[in-house]
Design a protein. Structure first.
Length: 89
């Protein structure tokens, strides 16, 4: 399954934001910031990564539903989508 353009753009934006967050966390560690502050930012980056992954899974669900409605072969099976979804847990 290919990620559709609108989803790809949104996921790419999210990942660029995460990239900035991770760079910020590295700077915090190098600057000797408090661990609670570092962990807070790491948690935010981790959640943002999870949301990007869930967006991709949701795009797959939409593609499969659309294929089902039009009588086409879905790009992924329910089992494959479930495996992707659970890999984010």
């Amino acid at each position: 399954m290919q990620i559709e353009d609108d989803c790809r753009d949104e996921v790419t934006r999210r990942l660029r934001r995460v990239q900035g967050q991770v760079a910020g966390v590295i700077a915090m560690i190098e600057d000797g910031r408090e661990c609670a502050d570092v962990i807070t930012q790491l948690s935010a980056a981790s959640k943002a990564l999870d949301r990007a992954g869930l967006k991709i899974v949701s795009d797959g669900i939409r593609q499969c539903a659309r294929a089902d409605q039009t009588g086409q072969e879905p790009p992924m099976s329910v089992e494959q989508l479930e495996k992707l979804f659970l890999s984010l847990a």
